[in-house]
Design a protein around this ligand. Structure first.
Ligand code: PGA
Length: 249
């Protein structure tokens, strides 16, 4: 089943977040053939979880700290999120580039999420320079395996390919570029962990996804869904994207 995830980033206060979540839930209520997830800011997770009880809209976190508790001022632990969210975005490029998260840090978060029954959405992607070097596929595969160091749970893995030059720029990758990268990622996972791991792997494209281009990504062989930033802040636009993930062969 396709998976569409909305990453709200650092937007919405609690009241706005609960309102948006309810709106998305109401609009997408009848869509059963797509797994739908929203990732609001931490402070809104609990009220949204309550507001969405009994609906088919799932809730995810945008980040987590891998330790269960301790002297980590300002952080939210995997343990605190356990039971509250079913998914967590890990290693988003904004975490890597603005907050300095290394591949090792990302790997520890991926393992901690899985240990707490939270499905990790591991983000990878190349910069403009890396794309121009002609080496993007190898570099992204290296980044992915470094970010999965020690991870074993191949049946629940979600990888989001988000080229940095496409995030928030209105310049999405072409479906062909995305497919080329994501086909290579799936092949690499098969080589490492076997064909069942490759089949179970959920691959999302992220970077300027909108209702106007979503379908062209969903039609690609190795693209199972999308990680949506800006467009997920409009309930109607997010609904239109989710609709386009339905009935894709
Ligand atoms: P965007 O962001 O859809 O606004 O490009 C995607 C993301 O950062 O996950």
């Amino acid at each position: 089943m396709p998976l569409v995830v909305g990453n709200w980033k650092m937007n919405t206060n609690v009241e706005q977040a609960v309102g948006l979540a309810k709106e998305v839930s109401d609009l997408t209520h009848a869509i059963d053939q797509v797994t739908k997830v929203i990732c609001p800011p931490y402070v809104s997770l609990e009220p949204i979880k309550k507001a969405l009880a009994g609906t088919k809209l799932h809730v995810g976190a945008q980040n987590l700290h891998p330790e269960p508790s301790g002297a980590f001022t300002g952080e939210v632990s995997v343990h605190m999120l356990s039971g509250l969210v079913e998914f967590a975005i890990v290693g988003h490029s904004e975490r890597r580039n603005i907050f300095g998260e290394s591949d090792d840090t990302v790997a520890s978060k991926v393992i901690a999420a899985a240990a707490h029954k939270i499905r990790p959405i591991v983000c990878v992607g190349e910069s403009t320079n890396q794309r121009d070097s002609g080496n993007a596929i190898d570099l992204v595969k290296q980044q992915l395996f470094a970010s999965l160091n020690g991870y074993q749970d191949w049946t629940r893995l979600i990888v989001a390919y988000e080229p940095l030059w496409a995030i928030g720029t209105d310049k999405a990758a072409s479906p062909e570029i995305a497919q080329e990268m994501m086909g290579s990622i799936r092949k690499a996972i098969v080589s490492k962990a076997g064909s069942r791991a490759g089949e179970a792997l959920t691959l999302l494209y992220g970077g300027s996804v909108k209702s106007g281009n979503a379908r062209s990504f969903f039609e690609q062989q190795d693209i199972d869904g999308a990680l949506v930033g800006g467009s997920s802040l409009s309930a109607v636009e997010f609904f239109e994207i989710i609709k386009r993930a339905e009935h894709v062969d």
